[in-house]
Design a protein around this ligand. Structure first.
Ligand code: SF4
Length: 62
């Protein structure tokens, strides 16, 4: 399962980068998925981070 961040929705709380730093980083005021970690959407920790994103900017897709 893929994970992505919609920059148009993210408001830069940086919570994703704090909760799962191996998957997310914080760059230029936005949360980003680290290169090579785009297929991490099935990870329970990533799912939790997506649920807790305050702007619901993190998408999990097949
Ligand atoms: S937790 Fe959500 S709002 Fe905060 S930086 Fe990450 S994607 Fe953006």
């Amino acid at each position: 399962m893929k994970v992505s961040v919609d920059r148009g929705v993210c408001y830069g709380s940086a919570e994703c980068a704090h909760r799962a730093p191996s998957v997310f980083a914080f760059e230029d005021g936005f949360g980003v998925v680290r290169p090579g970690r785009e297929e991490s959407g099935g990870d329970p920790q990533v799912r939790e981070v997506a649920e807790k994103c305050p702007s619901q900017a993190i998408a999990l897709t097949e």
